[in-house]
Design a protein around this ligand. Structure first.
Ligand SMILES: Nc1ncnc2c1ncn2[C@@H]1O[C@H](COP(=O)(O)OP(=O)(O)OP(=O)(O)O)[C@@H](O)[C@H]1O
Ligand SMILES: [Mg+2]
Length: 315
């Protein structure tokens, strides 16, 4: 663990990039001028709701389907034109990979290593790396979903790629499996790899990603370090009152922005910090008792809702 690589610098070549990438399926614009930069080194979350174009984008990057227009690069090389030159630097799980049911993890990996020309000595190493050691001899069909997923990750590591692309890797995993996956991804990033993780669960990826691209309907909404995105707005003050419509009126009259989460009022003041005491005072002076008052820590889910304007209005 002593040979940590230097952190990615602003001048380094991104691991992956798309510029104004487009893909249409009939009338559906699956990917619509999508621009994304995945910096070299670290974990990059590729986030968007179901059907927003994540898998389609990843498949185009990997040369599995053609793009309609736009450009893509992997390690600075234009793809698909020069995909053959860079594909060995990339390991990916896009769809559930196929393994032989009656073979063990070790045997499946050994076969795969042979097929792709990776040294057999890698098999033991990757089994260690994903935490399958001790379980690598049972038949694949007896493995839990979490173990199958570890094996899938192990398979991508055989060639020791620089960039790992995992599309919705935690789908179906239990909390322990998700936790273990995060730990594996963190280790890979700490070892100098770039990991691109797509997910529709923004809050979950927030915990592990260094940088993110947030998309909706095939378009980029926001991109950058997680910390920067979270810092770009103010944390809402959440207040519960008996008459929310009246409460919203009072707060707006005091120059505050008010939304509702269905049960409570979410109050902000532009991008400025808001003292919860002010909210309590405005409501109290208007004759409304506040039964709950708290400051919400914004997460990427809220950032997403703010960006799409999808937060329910208070009135
Ligand atoms: N082969 C296809 N034929 C027709 N439409 C497709 C095809 N693949 C994807 N689409 C459509 O393109 C849009 C984007 O799909 P995509 O699978 O890329 O989204 P996603 O972000 O990966 O979603 P999810 O979170 O559900 O995996 C969706 O409307 C989807 O129905
Ligand atoms: Mg998908």
């Amino acid at each position: 663990m002593s040979d940590h690589p230097p952190p990615p610098s602003a001048g380094s070549v991104p691991a992956a990039e798309t510029v104004r990438l487009c893909k249409r399926y009939g009338q559906i614009k699956a990917v619509d001028e999508l621009t994304m930069t995945v910096p070299a080194g670290g974990i990059h979350g590729f986030l968007g709701p179901n059907g927003s174009g994540k898998t389609t984008t990843v498949r185009m990057l990997l040369g599995l389907i053609p793009a309609d227009s736009g450009t893509m690069r992997l390690f600075g090389e234009p793809v698909p034109a020069r995909l053959a030159q860079v594909i060995d630097k990339v390991g990916a799980i896009v769809e559930a990979p196929k393994f032989f049911d009656t073979f063990s993890a070790r045997k499946n990996l050994a076969l795969l290593a042979q097929a792709i020309g990776a040294p057999l000595s890698r098999v033991g190493e990757v089994i260690e790396q994903v935490g399958l050691a001790g379980r690598e001899r049972g038949d694949f069909r007896t493995y839990s979903l979490g173990m199958k997923q570890r094996l899938a990750v192990a398979a991508t590591l055989l060639k020791d790629p620089q960039l790992l692309i995992f599309d919705e890797p935690t789908n179906g995993l239990d909390p322990q499996g998700i936790h273990d996956f995060r730990a594996t991804v963190r280790q890979l990033a700490d070892a100098g790899k770039t990991v691109l993780v797509s997910s529709h669960i923004l809050a979950e990826v927030q915990q592990v990603a260094d940088t993110v691209t947030i998309i909706a309907r095939g378009r980029t909404l926001a991109e950058g370090p997680v910390a920067t995105l979270l810092a770009a707005g103010s944390d809402p003050v959440r207040a519960v009152v008996t008459d929310p419509a009246r409460g919203a009126e009072l707060l707006r009259a005091a120059g505050l922005d008010v939304r509702s989460d269905g049960r409570a009022l979410l109050v902000t003041r532009g991008d400025a910090a808001l003292d919860p005491a002010l909210v309590a005072r405005v409501l109290g002076e208007g004759g409304l008792w506040v039964s709950e008052l708290s400051v919400l820590r914004r997460n990427l889910e809220q950032v997403y809702l703010e960006l799409t304007g999808a937060v329910g209005g208070a009135a």
